[in-house]
Design a protein around this ligand. Structure first.
Ligand code: SF4
Ligand code: SF4
Ligand code: SF4
Length: 439
């Protein structure tokens, strides 16, 4: 028996806390647990000398592993299993790249034009070819602003639902929208077409939000967005309010959360998520000075989530507590694609609309071209990279954002925020659990 390379033991004020990054198990441990750990380290582990339940718990938490287990190989196996799993099919579709907002930090260029009926037909065929082998189809509507092309969103949804019924596939859709074009009747259509949730960005109270997320018309959108959040929540749909954070708006988060508590009817059902504004390309380079890097963002985000929890909102689970991960994002999955209005296929959300990064087009016979824009992304493997291989956070980070690595000065993996704050997150969780137990 040996100890996992991903064990963390920390002495806090009044307790010893154990965390394992492969399972994300967290426990307050006692001297019996520590004795087993010491015995394994000193090669004096004799299993029958310990309480059987303790040893079973230490194994299931990932703390104790068999001598012949190579945790890096095991991680790679599960990573490959997920990466090449063709039973899960995922699409992000931008039916238009046009938008009726011009947000300060937007990295897109917003050319006019919607998905043509020919491209919609080709897309439906592409989807059908993938569904023949799939069990689950997850779809995200994206843009530009997808509701500028809502007739396409609903027409394609209708076809996708028919196909999912034909092949007995689980279907689930989500939309990322600025919500300004959301009409009352859309709530019913969302339910009909299984668009079960929406992410709506609100960056601050009225003046601040309207300044950062400017409507082309110059009109204020803040009050309408609050109203639209209520519309969706009151119709039983899931809503994430995303607050994109940089140095300009961080000091005003309390104010916004207070307004949301006051004006959202079911605020305890509302999920709050914080985004990190990043200058990914030349389009948004001008805001670079206002942005936090990952280490700085890791520092500021935890107090932000505490403010959210203190007011009774729900938080995105992954943001609040690390989760074991085998892949970082959609670029790591062979059967996930981002598609723009011309039918171009991309790996990364940040590339949508940029032909330089296209890896094929649904209108072409061979659709997917297995050249560098596809293979180099799919074949990126942090488990083989010396920096990540030695990293104790690998199972909860998995190499960080591949696009951040591609655009970094040194081409090295860019450590995710979890690298910088997971110990603090664990400490906060422990404090919260302790509080809940003593209440
Ligand atoms: S609403 Fe979205 S797509 Fe439109 S400008 Fe803002 S960030 Fe860009
Ligand atoms: S590579 Fe980075 S920017 Fe691109 S989709 Fe993944 S997380 Fe997003
Ligand atoms: S990117 Fe950084 S934190 Fe993430 S696994 Fe690699 S070395 Fe670790």
């Amino acid at each position: 028996m040996k100890l996992s390379r991903y064990n963390f033991l920390r002495q806090y004020d009044d307790a010893t806390i154990f965390f394992n990054a492969t399972t994300c198990a967290l426990a307050v441990v006692d001297e019996n647990f520590l004795r087993v750990v010491d015995d394994v380290k000193n090669n004096s582990y004799v299993e029958k000398n310990y309480d059987a339940q303790l040893i079973a718990d230490m194994k299931s938490s990932g703390c104790l592993i068999e001598d012949d287990v190579d945790e890096l190989e095991r991680l790679e196996f599960y990573r490959n299993l997920a990466k090449y799993d063709m039973t899960n099919f995922g699409l992000t579709i931008a039916p238009t790249l046009d938008c009726n907002f011009r947000c300060k930090y937007c990295y897109e260029t917003h050319p006019k034009g919607k998905m043509s009926s020919e491209t919609q037909e080709a897309l439906i065929k592409f989807v059908e070819s993938r569904l023949e082998r799939a069990k689950k189809f997850s779809l995200t509507w994206y843009g530009g602003e997808p509701l500028l092309a809502k007739e396409i969103v609903y027409a394609l949804s209708e076809k996708f639902l028919e196909l999912c019924e034909k092949y007995s596939i689980d279907y689930d859709a989500f939309i990322i929208t600025n919500a300004s074009l959301l009409e009352d009747s859309d709530a019913e259509l969302f339910k009909k077409y299984k668009i079960n949730g929406a992410q709506i960005t609100i960056d601050g109270v009225k003046e601040l939000h309207d300044n950062r997320r400017r409507a082309i018309t110059g009109e204020s959108t803040f009050d309408r967005l609050i109203d639209r959040v209520n519309l969706l929540l009151n119709n039983g749909l899931s809503v994430v309010v995303r607050i994109n954070i940089d140095k300009e708006n961080i000091a005003h988060v309390d104010e916004l959360l207070d307004v949301l508590v006051e004006r959202i009817d079911k605020h305890e059902k509302l999920k709050i998520d914080f985004g990190q504004v990043s200058p990914f390309n030349d389009v948004c380079k001008s805001i670079e000075g206002d942005c936090y890097n990952n280490a700085q963002f890791a520092d500021v985000m935890l107090p932000l989530y505490e403010k959210v929890l203190a007011r009774g909102f729900t938080v995105n689970k992954m943001a609040a507590y690390p989760i074991p991960r085998v892949n970082f994002c959609c670029v790591d999955y062979a059967n996930e694609f981002v598609i723009d209005n011309r039918g171009e296929l991309y790996r990364c959300w940040n590339h949508v609309g940029n032909l330089k990064y296209s890896s094929g087009n649904v209108n072409d016979d061979d659709k997917l071209t297995l050249e560098k824009n596809y293979l180099s992304w799919i074949q990126w493997n942090p488990i083989r990279h010396p920096k990540c291989r030695e990293c104790s956070c690998l199972p909860i980070c998995m190499g960080g954002c591949p696009e951040a690595m591609r655009t970094s000065n040194d081409g090295q993996p860019v450590c995710g925020t979890v690298k910088y704050n997971f110990e603090k997150v664990i400490e906060c969780f422990y404090e919260r659990l302790k509080g809940a137990i003593s209440d």
